[in-house]
Structure formats: C-alpha cells, structure tokens
Ligand binder design. Structure first.
Ligand code: BJ8
Length: 429
C-alpha cells in the first residue's frame, strides 16, 4: 500500500469535463511511481517537503487556484515552450501554465489521430487534451503554441479543434530582421492576452512581472550553483523535479520555497553533506526537455550511484540562465528588452546555433561534471542532428560523452541501464 498519495478531486474533475475514471487510475499510478522514484532517496533535504506537497496537490490544490483566478477574470494560458513570454501573462494578472507532456499514458490517445513517428512530447501533450485526462488542459482559457519545430506547429492546427490555439512565429535564425519579426510576434501575444483579460498592460504592470520572473530565475540559478558544489548537496532527481514544478506553480511562492531550500543547501555545503554519496560520479545532462513526469534517465543514472548536477535543457538552464534588463523604461523598449532575453535561449531549432555548443561546454565546466549524457527524444530532428556537433565538441575537449535517444515507454529501460552503467564504469576508470 502506497503511503504517498496524489490527492483525488473527482467532483472538481467532473466539473472540468474530464474522463474521471481513467484519470483516477493514472493518479494512482503516478503516485506510486513518485513514491518509488522520490521518497526512497536517502539524505533528502527537509525543504523538499513543499515540492512533495506540490505533487500531492498537482491535480487539485493548484487547479483550484487556477479556477479562482479565472473567476476573478484573470486569464489562464497554457503554453508548450519557453519562448512564450510568461511576463506578459503575469503583467495582466493572469496565470501561465506549461502544458508540455512527459507521460506515456496519454500517447495512445494521440496516436488515434496523430502519426506515430513524431516526438513523444507532442503526442503526450495532444493526448492529454484528446483523452480529457489533464485538469490543466481543461482549465486553460486558451493555449499559445509556437513554430519551433514541425511536429509542434502542425499539431497546433489539429489541437485548435479541441481548444482555442494561437501560434507565435518563432524565427529560425537570429538576424536583425528575424528579431524585428519576433518583437512583432511578442506584441501580438500581448494584444491577445490583453483582449482576453479585458484590460491593457501598463509599464508598471510589465516592470513588476519582469521583476517577479527575474527573481524566480535568480532562485533557480542559485539552486543550480549549489548543485555544482562537489559533493552535490541535493540529488539530480530533486533538481529536475523543482525545474518541472517551476512550470505550474505560482511564481512568487515558488521563488520563496526555492530560496528556503537553497538556505538549507548552503548549510549542507558547509558541512559537506552529500547526495547520494561523497564519491558519486557527476553527470551533466544536455538536450531535449524532460517534462513532468519524465524521470527516466535521472532515475537510471542515480539508481546506478551517480549524481546529475546540471540539466542543459529548457526544463533546466535554458529556462533560467538569462534575465531581462530591469532598468529599461517605455513600453516599446521594455518589449524589445524582453525579446532580447528570449532570443538568448539557444534551442536547436535555430540555425546556426553555435551559442548552444559553447554553452554546453561552459555548463559542463561550471558544474564540475565528469561526463555528459546528451539526451534526445525520438523523432526530434533538430536535437538529434545537433548531437553531431555536441559530440564533436566533447571529443575536441576530451569530455566523456554518451548519447541517448529515447521515448517515454519503459521498453528500453534494460538496454539503457546497461549502457549507462558501462558509461559510469568508464568514468570510474
Ligand atoms: S525552446 S526545446 S521548449 S521547442 S523535443 S517538441 S523541439 S520534436 S520541446 Fe522545446 Fe521550446 Fe525548443 Fe525548448 Fe519539437 Fe524536439 Fe519534440 Fe521539442
């Protein structure tokens, strides 16, 4: 009998027109997986209790907060990519929720209509809506997708049949004319958000939202720096969990809780408390985002006694490494400064993307890792192809390197475990 439980809210789910019976089974399965993955870890920081509670309330407590916001006329907007500027949603008093799918459970719903040979993240996200098995998807006023990859941009056309879906054009290059287009797209997003909220965003609103998001990103930067201590005071699984929760928690509360955790970790660093152990091999993960509840690689690596100390990923450093200039005034200049920050995100959908190659090497050095695991979801062409350049850069720098291409199914776990253990043995040397 599981002692951890993700709380059930059947009446709430019914009111959101969900497939309650099926969703309840998924809730029990996810609770079970969470307990096995997270609650059996040794030496966990006490401040992780808050993040455990966020998982326990993931399908109820936080949903009630979203619905309360809607009742007050504040829009709730779902997104799938870190290129959609959350500051604009916050500036209007709204709530921004990252909807990326990280579960195998919703993939069969998507495969009833979408091709099988596309990225599992896109299928999982679409399947959550098609199967009515995600309360966040059911609660949002609309979703805002983007044109980062082909699988996503064509899926938005189909998703629009189920929930109003708007699309931000993200250019594929970063020349001045591309940035000019991007700024116009950001302005369109602002207009859409203002239209739904029924009010305009003032400079003061936007400045406050920028500050809130900068503070959140600074807290995540602080946590990441603490993970770079040797030995690391927190597991990579917990680090990843916090980065995943960042996409649906209330930002001010989340920032406070991350900073509380960091205070505790400061103490652990001073007394050299190590998770999982003082001599654990240190691994950095790079690549495609690992959306909740994708803990597959972290579970295998840390199950083999190593520790993950950095995620070069959108659910990781790409989300928080850059801040927006807070000293800019005037709406036009503020939106340009915001666009400027977002263009620093080095997603593999851009060409050329030399910045990412250097960033991966930089993060490897900063995190004092001993090896890199480059991770790509199946059928993600841009990350799969960029693997070539990351591998070459690692060879050039003498960095031990391993590439994993995987999906959300458990079928390759045995094979991955063998490969990961062999890689760690090589590092132990
Ligand atoms: S900025 S990484 S969050 S697009 S893994 S769906 S790219 S086929 S998630 Fe991403 Fe924005 Fe880029 Fe980050 Fe397509 Fe690849 Fe799937 Fe992907």
């Amino acid at each position: 009998m599981s002692s951890f439980e993700i709380k059930a809210y059947p009446e709430l789910w019914q009111s959101l027109d969900m497939d309650v019976e099926r969703f309840d089974k998924m809730r029990l399965m996810m609770g079970d997986i969470y307990e096995k993955t997270y609650l059996h870890q040794q030496n966990r920081p006490a401040a992780m209790a808050y993040f455990d509670s966020m998982i326990a309330e993931i399908h109820g407590g936080r949903i009630k907060e979203l619905l309360a916001a809607k009742e007050e006329g504040r829009p709730v907007i779902g997104t799938f990519c870190v290129y959609i500027p959350e500051e604009i949603v916050l500036a209007v008093g709204g709530v921004c929720v990252g909807l990326c799918g990280g579960s195998q459970m919703s993939v069969p719903d998507a495969e009833k209509i979408l091709p099988r040979n596309i990225c599992p993240m896109v299928k999982s996200a679409y399947g959550f809506k098609a199967g009515r098995i995600c309360p966040y998807f059911q609660a949002v006023d609309f979703v805002y997708g983007e044109t980062t990859c082909d699988a996503k941009k064509k899926t938005w056309e189909i998703l629009d049949r189920l929930v109003p879906t708007y699309v931000m054009e993200i250019p594929q290059c970063k020349n001045p004319r591309d940035i000019a287009l991007w700024l116009e797209e950001v302005k369109d997003f602002k207009s859409k958000v203002e239209e739904v909220a029924g009010r305009l965003i003032s400079e003061e609103d936007l400045a406050a939202a920028v500050k809130t998001m900068n503070n959140k990103r600074k807290a995540l930067q602080r946590l990441n720096s603490l993970r770079h201590h040797n030995p690391s005071p927190i597991s990579g699984k917990d680090g990843l969990l916090i980065e995943q929760i960042a996409f649906y928690d209330e930002p001010i509360r989340f920032t406070e809780k991350v900073n509380e955790l960091c205070d505790e970790l400061d103490g652990r660093v001073n007394s050299a408390v190590a998770v999982p152990g003082k001599n654990a091999i240190r691994i950095m993960v790079a690549g495609t985002p690992m959306a909740l509840p994708n803990w597959k690689v972290h579970n295998l690596v840390e199950g083999a006694g190593a520790v993950i100390v950095n995620e070069e990923s959108c659910i990781g450093t790409r989300y928080f490494k850059d801040l927006i200039d807070e000293d800019v005034t005037g709406m036009e200049a503020m939106l340009a400064a915001l666009t400027d920050r977002y263009k620093e995100i080095d997603c593999s959908c851009f060409t050329p993307n030399d910045e990412r190659i250097s960033q991966v090497i930089k993060e490897f050095r900063d995190s004092r890792a001993q090896g890199i695991i480059n991770y790509s979801l199946q059928f993600c062409h841009t990350y799969n192809l960029e693997e070539i350049r990351i591998r070459e850069a690692c060879e050039q720098e003498g960095i031990p390197y391993m590439f994993i291409e995987s999906d959300y199914s458990p079928e390759d776990i045995g094979q991955l475990q063998t490969r990961i253990e062999a890689f760690l043995e090589q590092l132990e040397g």
